[in-house]
Write a protein of this length. Sequence first.
Lengths: 332, 266
Amino acid sequence: MKSCAWMYLFVPGSLAVLMAAPFIGGHGVSLEAILHPANDDPLAMIFWKIRLPRVFLAWIAGAGLAVAGMAFQAMFRNALATPFTLGVSSGASLGAAVGVRLGWRPALLGLSSVNLGAMAGAVLAIATVYGLTRLKRDCTTGAMLLAGVAVNFFFSSLILLLQYTADFYDTFRILRWLMGGLQMVGFDAPLRTLPFVLAGSLLLAALAGELNLLSVGEDLAASRGVAVVRTKTVVFLAVSCMVGVIVSICGPVGFVGLMCPHICRLIVGPDHRRLLPATLLFGGAFLVACDTVARTIFAPTELPVGIFTSLLGGPFFLWLLLQPPKSGGLTA
Amino acid sequence: MQDAALVIDSLSLSIHGKPILRNVSARIGAGETWSVIGPNGAGKSTLLKCLMRIQSGWTGQLLLQGLNIAALSQRELARRVAYVAQAGSEQGFAYTVLEVVRMGRYAWSGPFGAGHPGDGAAIESAMRRTDVQVLADRTLDTLSGGERQKVFIAAALAQGSGVLLLDEPTAFLDYRHQAEVAGILHDLNRECGATTLSVTHDVNAAMLTGGHVLALRDGEVAWSGLASQLACEDTLGRVFGATFRLLEDPVTGLRLVAPQGARNCP
């Protein structure tokens, strides 16, 4: 099969980006300085405590968001229907804003009220989409996307309301969170995200055959033997686990789930047995690359990565809208 | 007496309080060819969807080879019945013909999309029967309507089930493709003993197919019998609420209908 050859590029390519990224940054780091650090060498500290965990988190988050986007695109048979376009970003942002305003300090499992609020908001938004698909079985993807737009507007207004009534410090924290970012210290965050992304991806990988059939049509999938309702419920669960945790830590890093699976589909084709690993590897590398650019382009100032992915994602979304339906544009 | 492939026993369905099927019963023997005819909105397609469990909420009993359809898992059902949807109802990403046919093997696959030892032979035979081997590497969106229909029939055949449900298999096809699809179904029935149940709104197609006919009107069985006995102005008038003229094919002697339009009214 001709598309298999691409897998040999995805694995080493993704690993190469993962390995190279920590060495790129405002200060050059030599291998010697890392492996045999002199006492309290600040460069080695930067490398081990800041850059390396940040790159790992970016990879895990990018991989998870991309696979989650791919699963939604398959389930709704539309390249524009990803968790973010259906309202997850605004749901998470609203949750985070509420978390900032409540300002609870007691952390649950090491998560602040902002993290918990964002996770709740993201999961709530996905649950809303799920509820819609269950209530109105013949709901078209076009209607789903419009509902996503409505949810986004509604939540955005609530965020503005919260910001307006907040003091200067809280307003800044909310705004800063909305940009999405990967700034953190230590391996806590990547290690907390990893199991969710791993479990979610494995669950979706086990459903590769089901995703293939669902992406052709629900009636067809049922006639081929797919338990449609149960499969969709599992997909929703896997996606909400991954996206909820990632968004709670990284903020609304937009468009990764829209762009990566679509680009991979153009390269390896739509068969999810190949598409899922390709999307996972590409998504991870993509967010690492974006974050590396965001870190270095205005060095020593570091841009939040969310700004950068959205700058790429907006035009990409428009380009996708203008594509003929066969290549995954708006078909509903 | 033949074993029944499919027994439909007082099947009724209402959607939002509107009755779609009312007390439909039929006994379809193994290896028989059935056409379901009737005007638009008579419940023909819905009947197939109930049998395939795409539509839920019905009452009555459906038996497939003696097994209660309601008690089977979707996967067990798909190993016994295959379904070809109305043309144009499928969409999605640009799969190749081979990928689409391979998906027909889902009911036999393991987790993570693992294959089944019988996959290769089933896919090969299904594509040969429908003559789509030359299209194997083409993507669906590059095919004509007739070619697509043959691909979806191939995918349903790859499923390896003895009962085939088809929703308007020849609608929107040109005459050559209509004849090809009819030929595929005929051979399948004769050589493999497949039971087929095709929905059609075309009375002539039902009469040319032969076998049995189940006529629905307003969700009820309006007539049921052999296709050769369908050619009767009264019966057809009752089913379709329109007037027909019958013509005899000078070669085969088969009686076909000419629907009456404004132009050819007496």
